[in-house]
Write a protein that binds this ligand. Structure first.
Ligand code: BG6
Length: 301
């Protein structure tokens, strides 16, 4: 783990980026600029919070989230990589890949001329991760905090053979009341309904939430809108390099079983995940690079 002093000296930016140890061995970059604030953990290159000035938080972070080396964080923007969901053949490998529970190296912090702040992270692979994913590769997560939040996950095949990549930016959004939310942009898309034994269905109109929801939408268009009347706002998502969108809310029973959600946490969140999942996995040839990027922005409702 890099020393805190060293990080602050090399990557700190006066009044804009500073590093703090949240719990033993768990370091977070605190970003503050003219547009808002964000907190990003070095583990997982994980955006934990993002709040534009004068607004309620856009990203949901559970009050019961655990911040500890090797544990995934409930909330924020977990990076699922290099597979999504359970591993295709090895049930013992971690769900959603290992990227969210390993340290990432900070490569750069930058104050951009327009006032935005950019942080660039690169995953650190080790013997354990290589045993699960033997493909020479590089993953960078480039996070830009401005009026919008942009997350850009760049994967490069640095080896001599092709590989298949599954991934998701598993973002938890804060909503006023999930029961009143409508999710737009998926009308007409086919989805795999994980709470109906993987049945294939077709979305008609906006998606609404009245029970546990766990879906992989296929052939999605890179645009979604979370309309949230309880907070009188819409969150717009614009994505590139992604052809699937995962929509998830565990609802009461499942959230209670998880232990890091809190009793009513499910009411105030929805995951809308920019992904390449199920049959939408990406094949990367040697030297090829794939960029999956998403931007979030707020508009009044
Ligand atoms: C979603 C999956 O992306 O993530 C769900 O579709 C899963 O099936 C959820 O329950 C949370 O996963 P985890 O591993 O963070 O508890």
């Amino acid at each position: 783990m890099p020393a805190l002093d060293d990080l602050n000296r090399r990557f700190g930016i006066a009044d804009t980026v500073r590093f703090e140890e949240l719990s033993d061995g768990f370091i977070v970059a605190r970003v503050s600029n003219a547009f808002g604030t964000a907190a990003i953990a070095l583990q997982g290159a994980h955006v934990m919070t993002w709040q534009p000035r004068g607004q309620q938080p856009i990203i949901w972070l559970s009050d019961h989230a655990k911040f500890a080396p090797g544990k995934s964080i409930r909330g924020g923007v977990p990076v699922c990589w290099p597979w999504f969901g359970p591993h295709a053949t090895e049930p013992k490998f971690p769900g959603h890949g290992f990227a969210r529970t390993v340290p990432w190296e900070l490569i750069e912090t930058k104050a951009l001329p327009d006032g935005r702040t950019r942080l660039v992270f690169e995953i650190i692979q080790n013997d354990t991760t290589r045993a699960q994913w033997p493909h020479p590769s590089r993953a960078r997560n480039i996070i830009t905090v401005g009026q919008e939040l942009e997350v850009r996950l760049v994967t490069t095949n640095t080896g001599t053979e092709s590989f298949q990549l599954g991934q998701a930016l598993h973002t938890y959004f804060q909503v006023g009341d999930i029961r009143k939310v409508t999710l737009h942009g998926l009308d007409g898309c086919e989805f795999i309904d994980k709470v109906a034994d993987g049945a294939r269905k077709k979305q008609q109109g906006p998606a609404t939430f009245t029970q546990e929801t766990d879906r992989i939408y296929l052939g999605t268009h890179g645009y979604c809108e979370i309309r949230d009347p309880a907070l009188s706002r819409s969150i717009l998502l614009t994505a590139t390099g992604s052809r699937s969108t995962v929509v998830w809310n565990p609802w009461i029973e499942k959230a209670n079983k998880m232990g890091d959600f809190g009793p009513d946490g499910y009411l105030n969140m929805v995951c809308v995940e920019t992904a390449n999942a199920a049959e939408d996995v990406v094949v990367l040839k040697p030297d090829q690079e794939h960029v999956m990027a998403v931007q979030y922005r707020l508009v009044p409702l």
